[in-house]
Design a binder for this molecule. Structure first.
Ligand SMILES: CSCCC(=O)C(=O)COP(=O)(O)O
Ligand SMILES: [Zn+2]
Length: 242
């Protein structure tokens, strides 16, 4: 998806490679990523090209290009990676894969089927408030909100968090380059094995789930909670009882 109209010879891809991304099924990952990114753009989650989403479909990883307007993605813009070998089996001409690729792969290595990265302003503001409250390292913690029930209990566990459960989302420090976040994201995943999200200070959030439906539900629930938390803070209301 170049910003200028393509020259006739550009974006020519062998037809067998196109078969990986062309389907009349709206639930095909290539169609889903385009539809999801349009929705995420309208939520302010992937503004100015940042953020995005990736889906694992059996042995294939579907990835958007880097630095493109995510709301205008077409299925033929997508990269496809073989998960086992980490080699690209579809590479659109003149495009680079998302800088978030190693972070998405970290989520897939934990069993995720979909990972969403947003630059939501609510997520960014929450990381600033956590910084203020507890110094450099920290977690966003909140309890007694109905929407917490939108978050799964943890990997290998059944069901969702309950109203009286505390939601804990680790915060990692931002880096100059997206891919350099990978090590600290993986460390946070190890330290908080039940988490489905990691906030990135002054940057946004990574949210993953067993499939696109669960990842989207949790991302929406978290964004709602982050917004509420910012408003609660402005009103002087605490996020937790203790
Ligand atoms: C304004 S985007 C800065 C880089 C970034 O944070 C990001 O998420 C990039 O994602 P992409 O998929 O466009 O490589
Ligand atoms: Zn980002």
């Amino acid at each position: 998806m170049a910003s200028e109209p393509p020259k006739p010879a550009e974006n020519l891809i062998p037809s067998d490679s196109n078969a990986l991304v062309q389907s009349t099924n709206p639930l095909h990952p290539a169609n889903l990523i385009c539809e999801l990114c349009r929705g995420f753009y309208n939520l302010g989650w992937v503004t100015g090209t940042g953020g995005g989403t990736s889906i694992r479909h059996h042995e294939h990883i579907y990835l958007a290009p880097s630095g493109v307007q995510k709301e205008r993605l077409q299925p033929t813009d997508l990269f496809v990676m073989d998960y086992a070998t980490r080699s690209y089996i579809r590479t659109p001409t003149a495009l680079k894969p998302s800088q978030c690729t190693p972070l998405f792969l970290a989520a897939f290595d934990k069993g995720a089927g979909c990972c969403i990265h947003t630059h939501s302003q609510w997520a960014v503001l929450v990381t600033l408030l956590v910084e203020k409250a507890s110094g450099k390292e920290g977690c966003f913690e909140i309890e007694m909100l109905e929407q917490i029930k939108g978050i799964a209990r943890g990997r290998g566990k059944t069901g969702s968090l309950g109203y009286f459960d505390r939601l804990v989302v680790p915060v990692i420090e931002n880096t100059a380059h997206e891919e350099d976040l990978t090590e600290s994201l993986e460390a946070a995943m190890e330290k908080y094995p039940d988490t489905y999200a990691v906030l990135v200070r002054r940057h946004g959030v990574y949210v993953w789930g067993d499939n696109w439906h669960k990842a989207k539900t949790m991302c929406e629930s978290l964004d709602y909670i982050f917004q509420l938390a910012v408003e609660m803070h402005k009103l002087g209301l605490p996020w937790t009882a203790s």
